[in-house]
Design a protein around this ligand. Sequence first.
Ligand code: GLA
Length: 387
Amino acid sequence: MSKHGFEEKALPFSTYFCPGRVNLIGEHIDYNGGFVLPAAISLGTKLHIRRRDDAVISIQSTNFDGNYLLWPNEENSYNAQNRWANYAIGCIELLRQKGVEMHGYDMLFESDLPIGSGLSSSASVEVVTLFALLSEEKISTYSKQDIALMAREVENNFIGVSCGIMDQFAVAMGKENHAIKLNCETLEYEYIPADFGEYTLVIINTNKPRSLIHSAYNQRLAECQEALAIINKKHNYTNLCSVPLAVAEAELTGVLLQRARHCITEQQRVLTACNALKEGNMGVFRQQLSDSHLSLLNDYEVTGFELAMLWYHSTGMGVTCRMTGAGFGGCAIALVRPEMVEEYKSYITTHYHAATAQHYIKKGSNQEPLTPTFYECKIVNGVGLQA
Ligand code: GLA
């Protein structure tokens, strides 16, 4: 930590940590009122924060250049030039709108989460910002769940991504060695021990540069809303996941039927997977993960070549793998036997590199072949003050 003179001035400061998350299963159904099963991971965002004598908030990161200065008790709006700092600025603005009067602070973010790779780096920044500022201001009226909802509001209204509640909830409410079975319609939740028996959870980053992901994401949301509206001309379902498959098949065709079928069957897979995890039935659990990936590939169409290759080569080795997060690149998760982890990494690296090389040449693209990155994370508690 070298920026902001945090150590040079030798003044006391506090450090807060918010994890990232993986989603074990239940993809693209949080914004459709479905069940999801995420877990908070040991990769995350630290926020070092110290009160200033003036009324200015200064935002820096060890990962990026730039020092963003703002007056927290005046209106601040989204500005593309503020790049990543918009996630923190949006939180400060939301607190102002809620009537929180803030002091000036030096804030230094430090993240070991790969940025924009589907492990919720933005939710992690938002939740740690809200939690730290409320703690420093000694405001205890907001629970961690309230903070998750506020972070989602920032993402929806300040950043402009119409995401569901899964990411913010997972990173705020995570529990060590547990996944969270979350009902995204009611926000009822249950912690389920994340015990994968004879398997280790490995996260694989496709390292695919992602673009246009927000518009593709918002398009899926619009398609799901349209599908539910058509079904509800004759029925009265509160969310797409709760529609019986036969009803969707009777009312929808084409792409809308595909999207609805994913949501309906994914919800079933989440419930089956939760029971299997509780019972330690890894065969059934692994099957749900694999089927989930295929549904995201065929019906929801959010995988793309790179994630498809990770799935294909993992499956070829007998390893269960699925994309996690929004897709279109980003990360996948795999359940690997500990003694096979090194062999798995090297096999996937070789075959993924070769497959992407061939693919980009065929497409006539200038994109360099990709090398995946692997993370073996612990499952940890949600946001908090670091000891
Ligand atoms: C992103 C969004 C989440 C969720 C996932 C897909 O991570 O932020 O709300 O929709 O994609 O499951």
